[in-house]
Structure formats: structure tokens, C-alpha cells
Design a protein around this ligand. Sequence first.
Ligand SMILES: *Cc1c(COP(=O)(O)O)cnc(C)c1O
Length: 472
Amino acid sequence: MDKQLLSDEQQLGRLLDQARDFALGFRGNDRLAAGSSLTRIPQQTLPERGAGTQDALQVFQEQWTPYLVAAPSNRYLGYVTGGTTPAALTGDWLTAAADQNPQSVTGQGDVSAALERTTIDLLRQLFRLPAEFCGGFVTGATMSSFTCLGVARQWVARQQGYDVAKDGLQQPIAVLAATPHSSAIKCLAMLGIGSRNLISVATLPQREAIDLTDLHAKIEALGGQPFLLIASGGTVNTVDFDDLTALGKLKEKYNCWLHVDAAFGGFAAVSPAHAHLLAGWELADSITIDNHKWLNVPYDSACWFIRKEYLPLQLATFQNSAAPYLGDPAANFSYLNLGPENSRRLRALPAWFSLMAYGRQGYRDIVERCIDTARCLGESLTRDANFSLLAPVRLNVVAFTVNGADAGTIDALAQQLSDRGKFFLTPTTFSGQRGLRAAFVNWRNHPDQIPALLTELHTALKELTQAPAVAP
Ligand SMILES: *Cc1c(COP(=O)(O)O)cnc(C)c1O
């Protein structure tokens, strides 16, 4: 055996202590740049003989870590980026240490798949979703929607009279949506449905939510064929929600599959004052939830929720073995046959740890504090003559613009903020107006941080407007 490998194993405790020290230092580093400061990509060649873990850790710390962004801090407000709770980090380390591969829960079943199912049930309880939903873990909301829409594709094709998993796509599949996340479009591409075949439904004025009148017209134009409807349970830009009760009711009249992308908006269910935004989502056929956002578990983690009645369709879509599936699919439950991945890490464990450690109240506190922080920023910007909100603050995202500034200035402001290092926000466009977004998804977010953010915004804006013109 390689001497270095052997000696590393013998010193594993010491190595893990060093990793622990690094992790604690990284999480507690308030000076770490929130935005990327990568100026030069470190170059590395494969060593002929490795110098061991300690050496690798040193190279990592010297050459790579100065460029890591403060993603786990409450100063990173770009995209929709959660942090990592202490329990989730603990669970994630143990996931790697235990190195299980969750598959089946029956027969020669493994406990890790049982733990995954248990975790899904804890999440289902957190969201107060009915027990009719089956669920599983995947890498992200994109793969969750891929799983859900894969089963939906099977469902439509079945009604068109064939098995799309076996025969491939034979006929176009109608898909309707108003403001789908870019990843849903990517799913249509990956599933062979075709991203160009999305039928775009109008939104309500000044909203990202579906216009039901236009939706009805678009559905009537389909002439009775089965279709997929992708609904938003929280858009990224302005956290707008489709009228999920109205969309759920459509299923009584039309032959449609309702998929709700509630990647982060699903966590509104955890706050009694905001749960109404999701009213009707329990009528969905499938739901996407991202865990590495508001659940505050590390990348990569999301889950799909699909109604149990569709298990046979899900098996037909993702069955791994060539032999036809025999027996009761619910009794012979195996994740191997229910999702796009075969071997997987025990992604449920960090979520299980965090849910057990903090419970319903802990998550309610995280979600409501993030919402309070967003509201606090929204109110401050409303009172500030420099800024205007692009949309009302419905949940945890503030989309705003700089009064009188053109798109170039706003993009430059985002860059300037990022260069200053304290906060990171992403630019966006809403209703044709360029602006910035601040998304509060981290368990550390607190209204107390808003004065510092406002100071940074003003300073960056001043620096920008006073900057000497670039010589031609
Ligand atoms: C983040 C997000 C996604 C994509 O999630 P990934 O985890 O990046 O795959 C999809 N839909 C919504 C609404 C999101 O916020």
C-alpha cells in the first residue's frame, strides 16, 4: 500500500482536526469577500508521488481558499443561496464518513434508504403536505423537476397510447407555463419535449403570476389533448406565486398534470402568516423543493414529491433493471427505480440532522427572520430617494432599482458592491427595468444587518458616480 495513504489513515484524527479548524475559521471569517475575487486560476500538475493530506490542505489553503466566496455568510445575497446549519454540516461530514448508497428498503434493504424515506416524511410534515406524496432526494431543483416532469411525460404518452420510456417520444407534448424557472426549460430540453415547444401563458399586469383568462384560452386551443402545466410556487425574481388553488381545480375539468416548482417558495408553508401563498399546492401531481436553499443544508440537495398513485408510471420511467418490474412497486420500494440517478450519496442525512436538531419551530424562526429581513430592506429602500422597489416584497427577496440610473450603471453598481467585498447581490430585469435583487435565505439573516447593507449601497453608488471617466 502507498506509504502516504497508510500514514494518512493512521493520522486521520489529526487531519480531521485540521479540517475542523479550517472549517470553523472559514465560517467565522467576517472579512471574507462575499463576491468572487478570482484573479488567476491556480495551476496544478498531477504529482508523481503525492505529499499527503496535510500537504494538500496547505496547498488548498494557500492557493485556493483566498478566492472562496463567503457563501455560508449572511452577506451573500445573490441568486437564492442558503447557508449551512451546524447540524446540517455535522450530518454532511457523517454522510461522507459513512459513505452509504441508499437504494431499497425491502428485502436486502439498507438502512440508508429507510433514513431517506424517514427524512422525506419529516419534510412532508414540515410543509404540511398530505401523505399521498412519495418523495426522494436528488442533487438540486433542476433534477427534481426533471424527475417530476419525466413522470409527467410518461403520463401524457400513456394517454396518447404508448410508452415513451420504451418507444421514445412519438408525439409532441403540450406544456404550459407563465414564468418558469430557466431550469424547467432545460428539463424540457433534456426530456426530449423540446424547450421551444413551451406554450407561454401571459402574466397578470406587473406580476409574474399566471393570467387565468389567458391560460383558459391557451388550454381551449389545445382541443382536449392532455397537457403539462408548470406552476410557480415562488418565482426567483419577485417571489410571485401562481393561484395554485385555481390551477388545481383545472384538473377537475381538464386532463392535465400540475407540477409546482416551489424550490424555495415552498418554505412559505413553514410560516403561518405566509402559508396562504401556497394554498392549493397539495392538489399538485408533483412538487419540486430545493433543500440547499432555505433548508440551509449544504450543496447539493433537493427533493421531488410525486403522488403515490403515479408510482407505476414513475417506475416505468426510471426503472433500472431490464426485466419488467414484478410485484407491488410500493412494497418493493427502491430508489434505484424511481429517479434518474443510480448510486447516490446519503443526501438525506444533513437534512435529517437539521430537521431533528431544530424542528418546526427552528425552521419557522429561520424562515420568518429571513422574511423580516427582506421586509426591513424593502421599507428602508421605499423611504430612500435613491431607490425604488421593482415589486412588492412578498416573501424573502427584494427586487429594486436605482432611480434615474440606466442598466449599465446598475450592473456597475452590482460589480462595485461585489468588489467592495462586504455584500453580494445579483442584477436582474423585471418588467423591462434593470435592477438588483437581494435574496434572504441564510439562517443567519437578520434585520440588524440592513443598516450595513444600506451604507454599502450608498457608498458603492457614490464611488460609482464620482469615478473618473474612463479614458477613451
Ligand atoms: C434555484 C431554483 C431552481 C433550480 O435549482 P438548482 O438547485 O440550481 O437545480 C429551480 N426553480 C426555482 C424556483 C429555483 O429557485
